[in-house]
Design a protein around this ligand. Structure first.
Ligand SMILES: *[C@@H]1O[C@H](CO)[C@@H](O)[C@H](O)[C@H]1NC(C)=O
Length: 193
């Protein structure tokens, strides 16, 4: 009996003696906010050459039109979007949405965008139904889209509060007779709370 207690204590003591590097842990928890997302939403176009709609700027407000930042994904927001449509009127469109979180890689220790699994829930979102943005007419577009992510609570729960996330939206033409080609692609990077 006694020897095994001694062995156990010796093991416990050596386990305690394993040096823990607190600096490593702190670094793991935090990445800098990329592209000044600590202070403001950063948006850019990921369009390829065939895309017809160019998004010029995006503003996020609450339901009363007051600018908000950072953004609480659990609250509905208004996305105000200024764009220019070089193509025809689009009576119907669908969007594929991907979400990434800015994280430090376990392997490399480098901060980068890690995709949040959405299990296809954010593919083929009907723009007319979800964003009430139809039709997308030719020329200048000033869209106010009410965005309520509460149906996607399971996805929101995977996001870390006080981190930077990136939302990539690829919109496709669903006009009758179209081949569902991409009409615009936008990346929005922002801080969530
Ligand atoms: C910052 O934004 C630019 C486009 O404005 C983009 O090319 C770059 O990848 C972004 N950096 C990060 C870390 O996302």
């Amino acid at each position: 009996m006694l020897p095994s207690v001694i062995v156990f204590s010796a093991l416990a003591a050596s386990a305690l003696a394993i040096p823990v590097d607190p600096v490593d842990k702190i670094e793991f928890a935090s990445c800098e906010y990329p592209n000044n997302t600590a202070n403001a939403l950063h948006m850019y176009s990921c369009s390829t050459s065939g895309d017809t709609i160019e998004v010029k700027w995006v503003r996020v407000t609450d339901l009363n039109g007051v600018d908000i930042y950072p953004i609480d994904p659990k609250q509905p927001v208004i996305l105000e979007l200024a764009a220019y449509n070089n193509g025809p009127d689009y009576a119907d469109n669908k969007a594929d949405v991907r979400i990434f979180e800015y994280q430090k890689s376990w392997q490399t220790g480098v901060c980068g965008w890690a995709e949040v699994p959405t299990f296809g829930q954010l593919n083929g979102i009907d723009g007319c139904e979800f964003a009430h943005n139809c039709p997308l007419t030719a020329g200048d577009l000033d869209l106010k889209i009410e965005l309520d992510l509460s149906p996607y609570a399971n996805i929101i729960s995977m996001l870390t509060a006080n981190s930077a996330i990136q939302i990539q939206i690829s919109m496709k033409d669903y006009n009758p007779g179209s081949s569902h080609e991409e009409i615009t692609c936008v990346v929005a990077q922002l801080k969530i709370v």
